[in-house]
Design a binder for this molecule. Structure first.
Ligand code: CA
Length: 241
Protein backbone atom coordinates (compact mmCIF):
# COMPACT_ATOMS: atom_id res chain seq x y z
CA UNK A 1 0.00 0.00 0.00
CA UNK A 2 0.98 3.59 -0.62
CA UNK A 3 -0.33 6.79 1.01
CA UNK A 4 -1.41 9.91 -0.85
CA UNK A 5 -2.77 13.02 0.87
CA UNK A 6 -3.75 16.60 0.17
CA UNK A 7 -5.34 19.45 2.10
CA UNK A 8 -7.06 22.52 0.69
CA UNK A 9 -8.46 25.73 2.14
CA UNK A 10 -11.76 25.25 0.25
CA UNK A 11 -13.76 27.90 -1.59
CA UNK A 12 -15.05 30.04 1.29
CA UNK A 13 -12.61 30.18 4.22
CA UNK A 14 -9.50 32.37 4.26
CA UNK A 15 -7.31 30.03 6.32
CA UNK A 16 -6.75 26.27 6.23
CA UNK A 17 -7.08 24.91 9.78
CA UNK A 18 -6.77 21.26 8.70
CA UNK A 19 -3.46 19.39 8.90
CA UNK A 20 -2.17 15.90 8.24
CA UNK A 21 0.98 13.79 8.48
CA UNK A 22 1.89 10.40 7.02
CA UNK A 23 4.85 8.07 7.27
CA UNK A 24 6.39 4.64 7.00
CA UNK A 25 7.64 3.04 10.22
CA UNK A 26 9.96 0.07 10.68
CA UNK A 27 8.98 -3.17 8.94
CA UNK A 28 6.87 -1.37 6.29
CA UNK A 29 4.20 -0.34 8.79
CA UNK A 30 2.29 2.71 7.54
CA UNK A 31 0.50 5.45 9.42
CA UNK A 32 -1.44 8.62 8.74
CA UNK A 33 -3.07 11.24 10.94
CA UNK A 34 -5.63 13.91 9.98
CA UNK A 35 -6.67 16.84 12.21
CA UNK A 36 -9.32 19.57 11.88
CA UNK A 37 -8.58 22.51 14.14
CA UNK A 38 -10.95 24.94 15.83
CA UNK A 39 -10.56 28.13 17.80
CA UNK A 40 -10.34 31.82 17.07
CA UNK A 41 -7.33 33.89 16.06
CA UNK A 42 -5.07 31.36 14.38
CA UNK A 43 -5.60 28.81 17.17
CA UNK A 44 -7.32 26.18 15.05
CA UNK A 45 -4.51 25.99 12.54
CA UNK A 46 -1.88 25.86 15.27
CA UNK A 47 -3.76 23.14 17.15
CA UNK A 48 -4.22 20.87 14.12
CA UNK A 49 -0.59 21.23 12.96
CA UNK A 50 0.70 20.60 16.49
CA UNK A 51 -1.53 17.53 16.94
CA UNK A 52 -0.51 15.95 13.63
CA UNK A 53 3.19 16.65 14.28
CA UNK A 54 3.19 15.46 17.92
CA UNK A 55 1.26 12.29 17.03
CA UNK A 56 3.67 11.54 14.14
CA UNK A 57 6.75 12.28 16.25
CA UNK A 58 5.67 9.88 18.99
CA UNK A 59 4.94 7.11 16.48
CA UNK A 60 8.25 7.62 14.64
CA UNK A 61 10.25 7.58 17.87
CA UNK A 62 8.60 4.76 19.76
CA UNK A 63 7.19 2.27 17.26
CA UNK A 64 8.96 -1.08 17.44
CA UNK A 65 8.56 -3.82 14.80
CA UNK A 66 6.47 -6.75 16.00
CA UNK A 67 4.86 -4.84 18.87
CA UNK A 68 1.94 -6.80 20.33
CA UNK A 69 -1.40 -5.19 19.57
CA UNK A 70 -1.88 -4.11 23.19
CA UNK A 71 1.44 -2.26 23.09
CA UNK A 72 0.49 -0.58 19.82
CA UNK A 73 -2.80 0.58 21.38
CA UNK A 74 -0.82 1.96 24.29
CA UNK A 75 1.61 3.77 21.97
CA UNK A 76 -1.20 5.29 19.90
CA UNK A 77 -2.99 6.42 23.06
CA UNK A 78 0.23 8.01 24.33
CA UNK A 79 0.63 9.78 20.95
CA UNK A 80 -2.90 11.20 21.32
CA UNK A 81 -2.06 12.24 24.90
CA UNK A 82 1.14 13.95 23.71
CA UNK A 83 -0.91 15.94 21.20
CA UNK A 84 -3.48 16.81 23.86
CA UNK A 85 -0.92 18.02 26.40
CA UNK A 86 1.09 19.93 23.77
CA UNK A 87 -1.95 21.94 22.66
CA UNK A 88 -3.38 22.39 26.15
CA UNK A 89 -0.07 23.75 27.47
CA UNK A 90 0.44 26.08 24.50
CA UNK A 91 -3.07 27.48 24.95
CA UNK A 92 -2.44 27.99 28.68
CA UNK A 93 0.67 30.07 27.89
CA UNK A 94 -1.01 32.30 25.32
CA UNK A 95 -4.40 33.97 25.96
CA UNK A 96 -4.95 34.47 22.20
CA UNK A 97 -4.97 30.71 21.80
CA UNK A 98 -7.26 29.91 24.74
CA UNK A 99 -9.79 27.23 23.89
CA UNK A 100 -8.07 26.05 20.72
CA UNK A 101 -8.49 22.38 19.92
CA UNK A 102 -8.65 19.86 17.13
CA UNK A 103 -10.13 16.59 15.99
CA UNK A 104 -7.76 13.72 15.28
CA UNK A 105 -8.16 10.52 13.29
CA UNK A 106 -5.19 8.23 12.75
CA UNK A 107 -4.57 4.73 11.44
CA UNK A 108 -1.63 2.32 11.62
CA UNK A 109 -1.44 -0.51 9.05
CA UNK A 110 0.71 -3.56 9.75
CA UNK A 111 0.23 -5.86 6.75
CA UNK A 112 -3.43 -7.00 6.94
CA UNK A 113 -4.07 -5.55 10.40
CA UNK A 114 -5.21 -1.99 10.93
CA UNK A 115 -5.74 -0.02 14.14
CA UNK A 116 -7.54 3.33 14.07
CA UNK A 117 -7.85 5.91 16.82
CA UNK A 118 -9.98 9.03 16.80
CA UNK A 119 -11.34 11.98 18.75
CA UNK A 120 -14.06 14.17 17.21
CA UNK A 121 -15.71 13.99 13.79
CA UNK A 122 -12.88 13.50 11.32
CA UNK A 123 -13.45 10.10 9.76
CA UNK A 124 -11.89 6.91 8.48
CA UNK A 125 -13.63 4.96 5.70
CA UNK A 126 -12.77 1.59 4.20
CA UNK A 127 -13.72 0.71 0.62
CA UNK A 128 -13.95 -3.01 -0.22
CA UNK A 129 -15.14 -3.67 -3.78
CA UNK A 130 -18.15 -1.31 -4.01
CA UNK A 131 -18.90 -1.13 -0.30
CA UNK A 132 -17.89 1.97 1.64
CA UNK A 133 -17.89 1.53 5.41
CA UNK A 134 -17.38 4.32 7.91
CA UNK A 135 -15.03 2.72 10.46
CA UNK A 136 -15.04 5.57 13.01
CA UNK A 137 -18.13 6.80 14.83
CA UNK A 138 -18.26 10.60 15.16
CA UNK A 139 -17.99 12.14 18.62
CA UNK A 140 -20.66 14.69 17.78
CA UNK A 141 -23.98 16.02 19.00
CA UNK A 142 -25.84 14.74 15.92
CA UNK A 143 -24.26 11.26 16.23
CA UNK A 144 -25.55 11.09 19.82
CA UNK A 145 -29.01 12.07 18.56
CA UNK A 146 -28.81 9.34 15.87
CA UNK A 147 -27.79 6.82 18.56
CA UNK A 148 -30.82 7.80 20.65
CA UNK A 149 -33.13 7.44 17.63
CA UNK A 150 -33.92 11.17 17.55
CA UNK A 151 -32.45 11.79 14.11
CA UNK A 152 -31.84 9.82 10.91
CA UNK A 153 -28.47 9.94 9.17
CA UNK A 154 -30.09 11.84 6.31
CA UNK A 155 -31.52 14.44 8.74
CA UNK A 156 -28.13 14.74 10.43
CA UNK A 157 -26.52 15.90 7.16
CA UNK A 158 -28.47 19.15 7.21
CA UNK A 159 -28.87 19.60 10.97
CA UNK A 160 -27.89 23.09 12.24
CA UNK A 161 -25.74 21.54 15.00
CA UNK A 162 -23.87 19.12 12.73
CA UNK A 163 -20.56 20.91 13.43
CA UNK A 164 -20.78 20.48 17.23
CA UNK A 165 -18.32 17.87 18.47
CA UNK A 166 -18.46 16.26 21.91
CA UNK A 167 -14.74 15.49 22.27
CA UNK A 168 -11.68 17.39 21.07
CA UNK A 169 -7.92 17.28 21.55
CA UNK A 170 -6.32 20.07 23.57
CA UNK A 171 -9.29 21.70 25.29
CA UNK A 172 -8.97 19.82 28.60
CA UNK A 173 -6.02 18.35 30.50
CA UNK A 174 -6.99 14.80 29.48
CA UNK A 175 -8.82 13.31 26.53
CA UNK A 176 -10.60 10.03 25.86
CA UNK A 177 -9.90 8.46 22.48
CA UNK A 178 -11.69 5.57 20.75
CA UNK A 179 -10.07 2.63 18.96
CA UNK A 180 -11.28 0.51 16.06
CA UNK A 181 -9.53 -2.53 14.61
CA UNK A 182 -10.17 -4.02 11.17
CA UNK A 183 -8.43 -5.88 8.38
CA UNK A 184 -7.26 -4.74 4.97
CA UNK A 185 -6.42 -6.62 1.77
CA UNK A 186 -4.27 -5.50 -1.19
CA UNK A 187 -7.51 -4.30 -2.87
CA UNK A 188 -8.71 -2.23 0.09
CA UNK A 189 -8.75 1.53 -0.17
CA UNK A 190 -8.85 3.65 2.99
CA UNK A 191 -9.83 7.30 3.27
CA UNK A 192 -9.10 9.60 6.21
CA UNK A 193 -10.84 12.95 5.87
CA UNK A 194 -12.24 16.02 7.55
CA UNK A 195 -15.89 17.08 7.54
CA UNK A 196 -15.15 19.61 4.78
CA UNK A 197 -15.12 16.58 2.47
CA UNK A 198 -17.97 14.51 3.90
CA UNK A 199 -20.36 17.46 4.27
CA UNK A 200 -19.94 18.24 0.55
CA UNK A 201 -20.04 14.75 -1.01
CA UNK A 202 -22.40 11.78 -0.79
CA UNK A 203 -21.10 8.28 -0.06
CA UNK A 204 -21.82 7.32 -3.70
CA UNK A 205 -19.72 10.22 -4.97
CA UNK A 206 -16.88 9.25 -2.62
CA UNK A 207 -17.01 5.63 -3.82
CA UNK A 208 -16.79 6.55 -7.49
CA UNK A 209 -13.94 9.00 -6.89
CA UNK A 210 -12.01 6.41 -4.82
CA UNK A 211 -12.39 3.86 -7.64
CA UNK A 212 -11.47 6.14 -10.52
CA UNK A 213 -8.03 6.99 -11.80
CA UNK A 214 -4.62 6.11 -10.42
CA UNK A 215 -4.33 6.35 -6.62
CA UNK A 216 -2.10 9.43 -6.62
CA UNK A 217 -4.81 11.44 -8.39
CA UNK A 218 -7.59 10.47 -5.94
CA UNK A 219 -7.03 13.07 -3.15
CA UNK A 220 -6.99 15.89 -5.71
CA UNK A 221 -10.12 14.57 -7.38
CA UNK A 222 -11.93 14.35 -4.01
CA UNK A 223 -10.91 17.92 -3.14
CA UNK A 224 -11.92 19.24 -6.57
CA UNK A 225 -15.35 17.60 -6.20
CA UNK A 226 -15.84 19.06 -2.71
CA UNK A 227 -14.91 22.52 -4.00
CA UNK A 228 -17.27 22.15 -6.96
CA UNK A 229 -20.02 21.28 -4.48
CA UNK A 230 -19.38 24.53 -2.59
CA UNK A 231 -16.13 24.01 -0.68
CA UNK A 232 -17.71 25.52 2.43
CA UNK A 233 -14.95 24.35 4.78
CA UNK A 234 -11.30 23.28 4.66
CA UNK A 235 -10.94 19.90 2.93
CA UNK A 236 -8.45 17.13 3.68
CA UNK A 237 -8.24 13.67 2.07
CA UNK A 238 -5.59 11.04 2.76
CA UNK A 239 -5.91 7.69 1.02
CA UNK A 240 -4.21 4.31 1.34
CA UNK A 241 -4.27 2.32 -1.87
CA1 CA B 1 -13.85 21.21 9.34
Amino acid sequence: MEIYGLTDVGSVRSENQDAFATGRLADDVLYAVVCDGMGGASGGGIASRLAADLFAERMEKQYRPGMPEASLFHLMESAVDAANVGIFDKAAENPDLAGMGTTLVAVVIDRENAVAVHVGDSRLYRLEKDTLKQITTDHSVVQEMIDRGQLTEAQARSHPRKHFITRAIGVEGTVRCEFDTFTVSPDTRLLLCTDGLTNMLSDDEIVSLLQNGSPETVPGALIDAANTAGGEDNITAVIFA
